[in-house]
Write a protein of this length. Structure first.
Length: 110
């Protein structure tokens, strides 16, 4: 990074309502912020039937994030919960569409 570059704010919001756990991604998810997403996913208390990853407030989503979503999809199949991804804004969602991930992940509109 240069002295003039300041990354935009990034955050993860965790919520639990009954048997649904939600992880919200706010801002740019890149190689430097993916550990926060992984940490948020690991911080969830077990026992949920549905895991929602909400990308509706995500402004950038790097390939490292795609790897995390694919790992969570695999874990969902193994552990028997449903993974749902709330679509990102169109300019970010386009990457998922181009990669053909709509066949591997369940996307829903915000």
């Amino acid at each position: 990074m240069t002295d003039t570059y300041k990354p935009p704010p990034f955050g993860i919001e965790l919520a639990r309502e009954g048997t649904t756990a939600t992880v919200g991604v706010l801002g740019e998810l890149d190689i430097s912020t993916t550990p926060k997403l992984t940490g948020g996913l690991r911080a969830l208390e077990p026992g949920y039937e549905t895991l929602v990853v909400d990308l509706s407030r995500c402004t950038f989503f790097a390939s490292s994030g795609i790897s995390i979503l694919l790992e969570e999809s695999h874990r969902a199949k193994e552990e028997g919960f449903e993974l749902v991804v709330i679509k990102a804004p169109a300019e970010v969602q386009r990457m998922f569409d181009l990669a053909g991930l709509d066949h591997k992940l369940t996307f829903r509109d915000p």
